[in-house]
Design a protein around this ligand. Structure first.
Ligand code: HEC
Ligand code: HEC
Ligand code: HEC
Ligand code: HEC
Ligand code: HEC
Ligand code: HEC
Length: 438
């Protein structure tokens, strides 16, 4: 470090920030120790048995579990409560009775767990850290991941190089000034950055033209990509289309496996039956939101908009006002001349929603258009996606297979397909203009 510091001495105290950076990236942070194995086991058990009613750190249907052991200390056995709360109340424990009454006499069902498992669950709840912030014991590992962040490293390297170059530039200028002074020549005129670049280009014409050429090629590629993607809002190359919505509805919270894990088709129920997947009406939201009036991120603000749409009075717990439908902004939009059918893909083709819509349940707190929805995109998949003609209970394919195998013409067709050893959507008509265009 000290050698490096001497090298960088000229460069405006760079070393102090550099040292701090290196220290930060090395990521040694002292933290409380948590028994990770017990924590993980507790987390698993909690999610499987308690998560539908409890949160570790917040009240839901049941109260926050964090601190439960302490709350029961001296008043009763929390294990007994969890194993059979109603039985424990009947056995005459006063604290159990009090908790039951405080929570509007909602019955907590008996939990088939051993004392050890209950201890793990309570340990998890007591040491719970919200999903956003890492669990305590994982913090060092998370910090150690940072150096693999390529962009940050490239940036740091580029900055360091720049400083080195600038300081070397300064050194060489001082040297050449000294030489000129010794030879009795006047010092070279001081030039601005642009002036120095011009002087360098004048002296290194070959290199300068390479740089200019690279720059031109880069600009052309940008232009080409730009032209190619006009009107395209999804895919790898362009920013995904992501219109704002009247209510901050979060798919990761509702559909995410680690959260509420509601099936896509609970809300988009027509995806299997019809052309459109459909957007749920506010009444579907009310199946749950009659009871849930507060969310983890937006509090009551966003859910209140559902109440307004259906005319629900959360105080009186009944419908009072007029209904005003929620106007969601459409994310996906095929041109009118294209025919697309969800049931064909979801029911017959047995595709997962995510194959076309991307990681809606894990990444999209706001829905975006993941795929480009261009004709090439449709055809690419039709060209490669194999269709399992046999071995499924899919009536549509069974019928096609019957026709292919039971008629002479069909057998000829089938042989043709099987030459490339697979039957793709293309072979079943997925390339015919009229199937997609009116
Ligand atoms: C079906 C919903 C439901 C499930 C599942 C459930 N609980 Fe409960 N729990 C409740 C309710 C409701 C209460 C409030 C007391 C009452 O009304 O009976 C409660 C109360 C408790 C209490 C007492 C709270 C306190 O502050 O002392 C603890 C501890 C507890 N639950 C732990 C658990 C654990 C651990 C699990 C999973 C193994 C679990 N519960 C599963 C609904 C549930
Ligand atoms: C609790 C109800 C609910 C669940 C569950 C749900 N969605 Fe949605 N979805 C909505 C609502 C409401 C909208 C409209 C608002 C928006 O775009 O955020 C929507 C919008 C969408 C859109 C954009 C529609 C458009 O405008 O083009 C897609 C795609 C989508 N959902 C896919 C999924 C997938 C895939 C799943 C399962 C992983 C899923 N949804 C689960 C309620 C739900
Ligand atoms: C199957 C039950 C269920 C359905 C259906 C449902 N929600 Fe929710 N929603 C929840 C629960 C539970 C929470 C609170 C989760 C928590 O506290 O962790 C929630 C939270 C929310 C939040 C607050 C989010 C935050 O981060 O603060 C909003 C907004 C919301 N839901 C909107 C909707 C809309 C709009 C619909 C209908 C399209 C809908 N929900 C349908 C169960 C549901
Ligand atoms: C083969 C690709 C593909 C699959 C699989 C797919 N979608 Fe779509 N989805 C699309 C396209 C393309 C559109 C745009 C349709 C349009 O504009 O007419 C769309 C539109 C939507 C919309 C907007 C409303 C509508 O019906 O047009 C929702 C919601 C939606 N999809 C949800 C789902 C859900 C939920 C699933 C899984 C059950 C699913 N999609 C499976 C390609 C797909
Ligand atoms: C991820 C793969 C995938 C994508 C993307 C996709 N499809 Fe398909 N498509 C399928 C599969 C699988 C089937 C087979 C279902 C069947 O046999 O009918 C199919 C079948 C079809 C059919 C019926 C063909 C027949 O058998 O007669 C039409 C029409 C169709 N798709 C239109 C589209 C359009 C329009 C798009 C683009 C907007 C699209 N598809 C994008 C996978 C895809
Ligand atoms: C699997 C479905 C599918 C098939 C098969 C298909 N197309 Fe398309 N086509 C599309 C989609 C989707 C678009 C919309 C593309 C967009 O908006 O960028 C489109 C757009 C077009 C356009 C408008 C130009 C454009 O880029 O918007 C023309 C013209 C066209 N198709 C012609 C054809 C012809 C001719 C055939 C038969 C050789 C054919 N298509 C077969 C899905 C298909």
């Amino acid at each position: 470090m000290s050698f490096a510091c001497r090298l960088f001495k000229r460069s405006i105290g760079l070393c102090a920030p550099l040292a701090i950076l290196v220290f930060l990236l090395s990521g040694v942070s002292a933290s409380a120790q948590v028994d990770q194995a017990v924590y993980d086991n507790g987390e698993k058990l909690f999610k499987a048995n308690c998560g539908s009613c409890h949160k570790p750190d917040k009240d839901m249907t049941g109260p926050a579990v964090k601190g439960a052991k302490e709350r029961w200390d001296g008043k009763g056995d929390v294990h007994e409560w969890i194993k059979d709360s109603q039985g424990y109340i009947k056995s005459g424990n006063a604290h159990a009775k009090q908790i039951f009454e405080e929570h509007n006499k909602i019955v907590m069902p008996p939990q088939a767990l051993s004392n050890e498992e209950i201890d793990a669950v309570l340990y998890y709840a007591d040491n719970f850290a919200p999903a956003g912030g890492k669990k305590v014991a994982e913090a060092p590992a998370a910090a150690a991941e940072q150096p693999s962040n390529t962009w940050e490293w490239l940036l740091v390297t580029a900055l360091v190089l720049l400083v080195v170059l600038l300081s070397l530039g300064g050194v060489s200028r001082q040297l050449s000034d000294a030489v000129r002074e010794k030879e009795g020549l006047p010092a070279e005129p001081r030039l601005g950055t642009w002036g120095r670049i011009k002087r360098w280009a004048g002296r290194n014409k070959g290199w300068a033209s390479v740089v200019v050429l690279l720059f031109v090629v880069w600009a052309l590629v940008l232009l080409w990509n730009f032209m190619f993607n006009i009107g395209v809002y999804g895919g790898d190359k362009v920013a995904h289309y992501k219109p704002s919505q009247p209510i901050a509805f979060d798919h990761t919270l509702h559909a995410g496996k680690d959260n509420l894990a509601i099936n896509c088709q609970y809300c988009h129920s027509s995806a299997e039956k019809s052309r459109h997947a459909g957007i749920p009406s506010a009444n579907v939201c009310m199946n749950c939101h009659q009871a849930v009036s507060e969310g983890p991120k937006t509090g009551t603000a966003e859910i209140a908009k559902i109440y307004e749409a259906v005319g629900w009075d959360p105080e009186a717990m009944k419908y009072t006002g007029p209904q005003k439908p929620i106007v969601w902004n459409k994310v996906h939009n095929l041109p009118d001349h294209v025919y697309f059918n969800h049931s064909q893909h979801v029911k017959v083709g047995k595709l997962e929603c995510q194959e076309c819509h991307g990681p809606v349940d894990t990444k999209m707190d706001q829905v975006e258009q993941w795929s480009p929805l261009t004709m090439v995109w449709c055809l690419d998949c039709h060209n490669t996606k194999e269709v399992a003609l046999t071995g499924t209970d899919n009536g549509y394919y069974q019928e096609i297979h019957r026709r292919l195998t039971e008629t002479p013409m069909g057998q000829r067709e089938l042989r043709k397909y099987l030459e490339d050893e697979k039957v793709t959507v293309r072979e079943l008509g997925g390339f015919e203009c009229a199937k997609c265009h009116y």
